[in-house]
Write a protein that binds this ligand. Sequence first.
Ligand SMILES: [Zn+2]
Ligand SMILES: [Zn+2]
Length: 360
Amino acid sequence: MPTIAHGYAAHSADTPLAPYTFERRDLRADDVRIDILYCGVCHSDLHTAHNDWDGLIYPNGTLYPNVPGHEIVGRVTAIGDTVGKFKVGDLVGVGCMVDSCDHCDSCDHDLEQHCAHGATWTYNSPDRITGENTLGGYSDSIVVREDFVLNIRHAEAELAAVAPLLCAGITMWSPLRHWNIGPGKRVGIVGIGGLGHMGVKLAHALGAHVVAFTTSESKRADAFKLGADEVVVSRNAAEMAAQAGKLDFIINTVAVPYSLDAYLALLAVGGTMTLVGIPSEPHPSPSVASLIGGRRSLAGSLIGGIKETQEMLDFCAKHHILADTETVAMQDIESAFARMLKNDVKYRFVIDMATIKPAA
Ligand SMILES: [Zn+2]
Ligand SMILES: [Zn+2]
């Protein structure tokens, strides 16, 4: 039998999210049903709810009603007949994907996010079997194929601060691992927000020398606390100039269009800058000379595969790494969105799903 879920949905691009009751599918043999305890609030949630990515990320825009949320942690309440990895009562997570084709070259190499047939995103994506639009984690339960469910090995008391690892954490972890960041490497993290604060923590834990870049003098002390070895206020020309040619790798989280040349100039010979934020309008083209000059690379990266996401979660559990979060009630999601747009959060909102239960 399908089960009833209580969630919050956007019903159009310009109306506030509102309570929405819907069905979660009956368990397929390889499905896990999860009671959602916390869900992080990602910029993608807001942009999807507001249909900001029509044609940019989503070929058909946002389909309404849209239930956002892809930083999900919760507890297993039921399993399908063939599920072997999970049992009822387990603490688990679900990130940005809930399915993929399983047989293309990307899927064969644990890169489901690059599935040749298109990964099934946790929300606003057609279910691979029924074609129905997926509905995300701003709800009290979800049903997900077991291969896309992650084990959570943190303490239960830490769950709220684990949720943002499922998108923000893996978005930073995957490029750090792909470009072999560790001891002896100098890494720049540009933008100290939901993504960047995780980047500083993870790069520091991997043993790199971390240089945090922020536009805000007020974040300087915080960035040191997060684990930065140096902090550069990017409006300060002298501080920027002092880093010229010094960084082996940069992860740039900034998602507004601006000139990338100032950061390319900070890369050492052979260095790479990876972009993880998608601006709504293109960045101005960087100078080819600044790429050729130091044999520098400009790259991009999108979340990470399921195997890599589990690796990141296990690393974070072992090293006691959590996101810095502010917990909000489901009813307060619109004020959380408004504050997020002003960067008025340190550093991630997390919804406490206990607040969603309908009045008895
Ligand atoms: Zn996200
Ligand atoms: Zn595939």
